[in-house]
Each structure stands twice: as C-alpha cells, then as structure tokens.
Design a protein around this ligand. Structure first.
Ligand code: HEM
Length: 501
C-alpha cells in the first residue's frame, strides 16, 4: 500500500500546498460568517421562507458585515445602516453594480442570447438607460402634477371596484395590483386598461411568476441545473419560461402598435421618447437605444413598479384593520383639509401630514423589500476592515435598519407619529431608506411617492376600510416573501364614508 503511494507523493504534496494557498488567498480577510458545504454554500438560506429573518439572526452572531457562499459566489450582507451607508454612499461607484442569478439573467435575454435592459450589471446600458428613463418620466410628469390626473382616475376606478362588492368581504389586492400596473402602463405605452382585459390580466399573472422566482434565495438562481430535475424546480422553470414569453409578447405588441402611430413631434409616452432618441442617435451607433433594450426596459419598469406600490398599499389596508384609531385620525385630517366631494391633489400634501406619516410608517413597518435588490461591487475593496472580492453579491438588510432599536424608538410598534416633528410636520430621519441609497437607488422613487400619496389619500377620502365578516382579522406577521414581502391574501370590506355599514 505504502509502496503504491510513494511515487505519487512528490505530485500530491505540491497540489495540496497549492490548494491551501489558493483557499487561503481566496478567503483571507473576508467578513466573518457561517461555513457552507463545498459547491452548495450555506444551505439554510435556500430552505427558509423568510430569508430576512435568517440573515438577521446570523447578524447577531457575526456583526454588521458578514459573508457566506451561495453556490460558488460570495454573498456579503450589510446588516445595519452604518454598513449600508459605508458601502452605498461612501464607496458609491464601487458598489453600483447589480448582481443577478440565473433566472434574472434568463429573463433579460434577447434573441441572440445576450442580456438587455438597464438591469445590466454595470456599464453604459445601465448608466445611460437610467439617465434617459429619469429624464423621460420627468418630462411625462413624474414628480409633477401632469401625471396626477391618471393617478386620480385610477384611484376612482379602484374605489368604484371596491364598492361594487356592496359591503361584502373581498380581497383588495388584485385591484391594487392592476391599478399600479396601469400607472406604469400609462407612462410606458400611454394607456390604461380595464382590469379584466384578457391580455393585461394574463400579463399581471405572469409578472407575479417572474417576480417570485427572481428572489435572491430562489435555488434556481444559483443552481441552474435544477431546471432539468423533475418536480417542483422543473415546474417553476417552465412557469418562468412561459411567463417571460407572455410578458414580452404583451409589451412587444405595444411597441409594434406605437411604430404605426408614432409622430415625431408628439411624445406620448416612454416608447415614443425612445423612438425619438433612436432617430436622433442613429441606432447603429448606440447600444443603449437598440430595440431589445426598449423591450427589456419596459419589462423592468413593470416588474419593479407594480409589485412594490401595490403591496405597500395592501400593507396599508391591513395595518388600518389593526389600527382603527389611525384610520379615524386620517379621516379627521381629510375632513379638515379637503372639501367634501373634492379629489385630493398633490398640492394638498402639506394639509395632510398625518396621512403622509402613515404612508412612511407603513413602508418602515412592512419591510416591503427587506433585502433590497442584490448589488455587486465592481472592483475589489475594503469595507469596514473587511476585504470584499470583486463581484461579490451585496445584500443590504433593510429590515435590520427598520427594526434597529438604536435608530427607532419602540421599533416593533406601528406608530405613524414617529414621522412627525413637534410642530406636526413630516420629518424623515436619514436612516429611513425604503428606496435605498446611492448610485443605484430606486429610479422610480418620485413616481412611487406620488402614486402612494394620491392613491391612498383618494381611497381614504371616500372609503372606510373594515375587517371582513367571514374570516378572522388577518395576520400582520404571516408573510409571503420573494423579492418583495407581502401579507397572505386577506379580505376587507369597503364602505362609502357617507353610507351606513
Ligand atoms: C413603494 C414603491 C417602491 C419601492 C419601495 C421601491 C424600492 C426599490 C429598491 C429598494 C430598489 C433597489 C435599489 C438598490 O439596489 O439600491 C429599487 C430599484 C429600482 N426601482 Fe424601485 N421601488 C418602488 C417603486 C418603483 C417604481 C414605481 C418604479 C417605476 C418604474 C421603480 C423602478 C425601479 C428600478 C428600475 C430599479 C432599479 C434601478 C437601477 O438598477 O438603477 N420602483 N426600488
């Protein structure tokens, strides 16, 4: 036996030494963290339904910057405000990359097998695409009063659909979801659709599927081979493929219709603005304004702008069921500030500080995007004393910021007044960061703020939201978490304010 090994020893020892040096160099000075299994990484993150809680638990053991492997990729968790700020603000350029797993990339693939859209990891397509989107949405009315008409119309539609239940219990979420998608649609392709229009309805269902499986901890994101394994992963993969196809067909049809009616002197929406830029720039010279970028940018806006706004409003309704005193105070403020029968407009914001504070507290307490969108560092760097190898997956734990007792008094209590100063005006602390911070923060934040205010205020202006009669008060702690975290579906009753229950 010994004799058989003898000739191999001079070969094995250098291999062993090289491996040791390789692993030492690879892992030296990394943030601390739990050990994983070779090739799989730290398995518990794939098994939990609430990864934000698993990571917060790890944070108690390993501190505010810790790391582990998911598959062969290093994940670095920023587990408090100081760590997120140190990365996203103090090293803004370095942490401006976007990480994405297999499914995220697959969804962005074009016909020639290259990924498109400004969800790009880094570079011109992201930078220029983001600049163009901000400018175009601003021109079309984001953050200004021009867009408010469409938002108020959508609020009217939601109120009408809610009241069609005639005081019976119903699930409000599908109406909020379609409403939020319609508002993105009005900016992207210039029209809002009836919530029951078949291709729109189908697209909304498909969006839910793609948004579910692009969560960070979805195993298919890390282990693409699972798509061939019979069972739930193959089913998920098939659902993603079909949903992606359907969403791109819906948006592709909108682009084709626009080509037929485009008139260069009239920019109706984002698609027209894109055509205009294509003509100005000579498409062949600009990778940012190719047709495939247009299609993928539209898909990205739908995906980012629909789940987020609608689920925030869903949480708002749920918290109101648990806090009737908050709803009562909103109604009193509306009655004082807004004439009966009038729609609430943006200019009314200063008259409604309590309602504004409620929206912020909903965002804090709901932890809607508890782990943000994964970022990546574009070069190797040192963060708070730890080495972060290039292209690590960076996960900010917004939940740990929102629940940090050092930052918020009594953080586990729903209390909108924490967002009011002593004069009753809205006050936002710097650590209130629902839209993230830094170079890659939420590009739709102004639009989202506008939508949340106008939709919530106009719904509250006309309705009282009451608990269901056919089920218990729904839970605020039982959640479904993908990229966004929402309550389990629940029912409410909606009563017109001038009507008896
Ligand atoms: C309540 C509503 C919303 C919340 C809480 C929210 C939150 C976020 C967060 C946390 C990120 C990740 C930022 C980062 O990596 O640092 C993000 C990115 C993004 N959001 Fe939002 N968002 C909302 C609404 C919207 C809307 C209405 C749009 C409209 C199109 C939008 C478009 C985007 C896009 C395109 C990105 C990626 C930006 C980039 O990679 O440069 N979001 N959002």
């Amino acid at each position: 036996m010994d004799l058989a090994w003898d000739p191999l020893i001079p070969i094995l020892i250098p291999i062993l030494l090289c491996s040791l040096v390789y692993f030492w160099r690879k892992n030296r000075d990394l943030p601390p963290g739990p050990n994983g299994i070779p090739f799989l990484g730290y398995v518990p993150v794939f098994l939990t339904s609430q990864p934000q809680d698993t990571l917060m638990e790890l944070g108690k053991r390993y501190g505010n910057v810790f790391s582990f492997y998911m598959g062969k990729r290093l994940v670095v968790v920023l587990n408090d405000y100081a760590a997120i700020k140190a990365a996203y603000t103090d090293q803004a350029e370095i942490f401006s990359g976007r990480a994405g797993g297999f499914i995220s990339r697959y969804i962005r693939l074009g016909s020639e097998g290259k990924a498109h859209g400004f969800g790009a990891p880094q570079g011109t397509i992201w930078k220029e695409g983001r600049k163009f989107m901000l400018q175009t949405f601003r021109d079309l009315g984001m953050g200004k009063s021009k867009l408010q008409g469409s938002i108020i119309d959508e609020a009217d539609r939601i109120v009408r659909l809610f009241t069609e239940s005639h005081g019976q219990s119903f699930d409000p979420f599908p109406f909020l979801y379609a409403g939020a998608a319609n508002l993105i649609g009005s900016l992207c392709y210039g029209e809002t659709l009836d919530h029951t229009e078949p291709s729109f309805k189908q697209t909304l269902a498909s969006l839910s599927v793609t948004n579910a499986y692009t969560a960070h901890m979805e195993p298919l994101q890390t282990f693409q081979f699972l798509r061939y394994v019979p069972g739930q992963f193959r089913e998920r993969w098939r659902a993603v493929v079909e949903s992606r196809r359907q969403i791109l067909k819906f948006l592709g049809d909108k682009i084709t219709e626009h080509r037929k009616t485009y008139f260069e002197n009239e920019i109706r929406d984002y698609i027209d603005a894109f055509f205009h830029e294509q003509a100005r720039k000579k498409i062949s010279e600009s990778e940012v304004f190719r047709d495939e970028e247009l299609l993928q940018n539209l898909r990205g806006f739908f995906s980012a702008g629909t789940d987020t706004t609608s689920k925030t409003l869903q949480w708002a309704l749920l918290f109101l069921l648990h806090h009737p005193e908050v709803q009562e105070r909103i109604h009193q403020e509306l009655d004082r500030g807004i004439e009966a029968g009038q729609r609430v407009i943006l200019a009314d914001r200063t008259k409604l500080p309590y309602l504004e504070a409620v929206i912020r507290e909903v965002q804090r307490f709901a932890n809607l995007v508890p782990l943000g969108l994964p970022r990546a560092n574009v070069t190797e760097t040192i963060l708070l004393g730890h080495r972060i190898p290039v292209n690590s997956v960076i996960i900010p734990s917004f939940k740990s910021v929102n629940e940090d007792p050092a930052l918020w008094e009594d953080p586990m209590t729903f209390d909108p007044t924490r967002f009011l100063d002593k004069n009753g005006n809205v006050h936002e602390a710097p650590h209130f960061i629902p839209f993230s911070i830094g170079k890659r923060d939420c590009v739709g934040a102004s639009l989202a703020r506008m939508e949340l205010f106008l939709l919530f205020a106009n719904i509250m202006q006309r309705l009282v939201i009451k608990p269901p009669t056919d089920s218990n008060l729904p839970s605020t702690t039982d959640r479904i978490t993908y990229l966004t975290s929402s309550p389990r579906p629940f029912k409410v009753r909606a009563i017109l304010r001038n009507q008896k229950d």
